[in-house]
Design a protein around this ligand. Structure first.
Ligand SMILES: Cc1ncc(C[n+]2csc(CCOP(=O)(O)OP(=O)(O)O)c2C)c(N)n1
Length: 325
């Protein structure tokens, strides 16, 4: 196993922290009703995006789903582009026409995020096929939720990737719910997603998706395996979304009963940002004052991106159908 250097451990921490501050700031501002795009926040799930994307190279490509802000940012997508996109501005990464679920930044290797479950999984497998045919050493990572394993597209893509030994890292963020349906009403008792994937002869690992260092190590090994032409890898990252399925609120505050406040709090105890920070301090890689400094820096960066986005122009209504496919 490749040893992760200290600089990378710090980068992993700063990435989860930056994702968290961006998302909680945007979730709070969402309540002003100036962002008119439905928005699925990924607060609580930052370790998956950070752990995987930091393991990739800049030229590698990613695809993501409706809860895609973290992946876009972790891969190096423009923060200004994300924030302006949520405000519907011409300076947004999709020129204000895509909103939260259609993010793209090709310069960072973020091809697209889309809301149709399992759609990007098939496209990612196609991209990996192109890489293989071109003898291009890049890999593709595709992020999706556990509900995508209830879609036929997933099985076609993973089977094809296995048959052709394609360089795809399939990253499942298992946050236990599909909108408000727990896994127990969607899957037979005793179901193991990894076991199902292994029946396609694909290497599969279940991970603590709130441990950025564990996700990173697994993703490094997966990317390396892909680059060596040894076929796809499936990573099932167990994690939890803190906020409601779509929108900036906590479910219990709205009186929803499909999951309890206690369950949320038990996952908040395992906060990926706090855990990573504690590990850096324990290992002598950072002092508490440095963690505070990085937090202040992350806040300053997101605040100035918000100010720029608010000042930016909306698309000209005359051009509204330009760049729409
Ligand atoms: C093909 C398809 N079917 C249904 C939906 C409606 N839908 C949007 S998000 C969602 C739940 C997704 O759950 P999961 O994949 O576990 O991701 P999470 O929202 O938990 O991050 C559903 C059913 C959709 N977008 N696409």
């Amino acid at each position: 196993m490749t040893r992760v250097d200290d600089e990378t451990l710090i980068r992993l921490y700063r990435t989860v922290l930056e994702l968290r501050q961006a998302e909680i700031t945007l979730a709070e501002l969402y309540k002003e009703q100036m962002m008119r795009t439905p928005t699925h926040f990924g607060v609580g799930q930052e370790a998956v995006a950070a752990g995987v994307c930091v393991a990739l190279q800049k030229s590698d490509l990613i695809y993501s789903h409706h809860r895609g802000h973290n992946h876009y940012l972790a891969k190096g997508g423009s923060l200004d582009g994300l924030v302006a996109e949520l405000y519907g501005k011409e300076t947004g990464c999709s020129r204000g026409r895509g909103g939260s679920v259609h993010l793209t930044d090709l310069s960072a290797g973020v091809v697209i995020t889309t809301a149709i479950l399992s759609q990007t999984i098939a496209v990612a497998a196609g991209t990996a096929l192109a890489f293989k045919m071109d003898e291009d050493s890049r890999v593709v990572a595709v992020f999706f939720g556990d509900a995508s394993l209830e879609e036929g597209g997933f099985y076609e893509a993973i089977n094809y990737a296995a048959v052709k030994s394609l360089p795809v890292v399939f990253v499942c963020e298992n946050n236990l719910y599909s909108t408000e349906s727990p896994v127990g009403v969607r899957q037979a008792p005793g179901t193991s997603l990894c076991e199902r994937v292994r029946s396609f002869k694909v290497e599969a690992h279940e991970l603590d998706g709130n441990d950025v260092f564990a996700v990173h190590e697994a993703a490094l090994a997966a990317a390396q395996r892909c680059r060596m032409g040894q076929g796809p890898v499936f990573l099932e990252c167990m994690t939890y979304r803190w906020l409601e399925h779509v929108g900036p609120n906590y479910d219990h505050e709205l009186g929803r009963a499909y999951r309890t406040r206690e369950e949320l709090e038990s996952w908040q105890e395992r906060c990926p940002v706090r855990r990573a920070g504690e590990r850096l301090v324990k290992d002598g890689l950072a002092k508490p004052e440095e963690l505070q400094l990085w937090l202040d820096e992350a806040n300053a960066v997101i605040q100035s991106a918000v100010a720029r986005a608010k000042d930016a122009p909306f698309p000209n209504p005359v051009d509204l159908f330009d760049y729409v496919y």
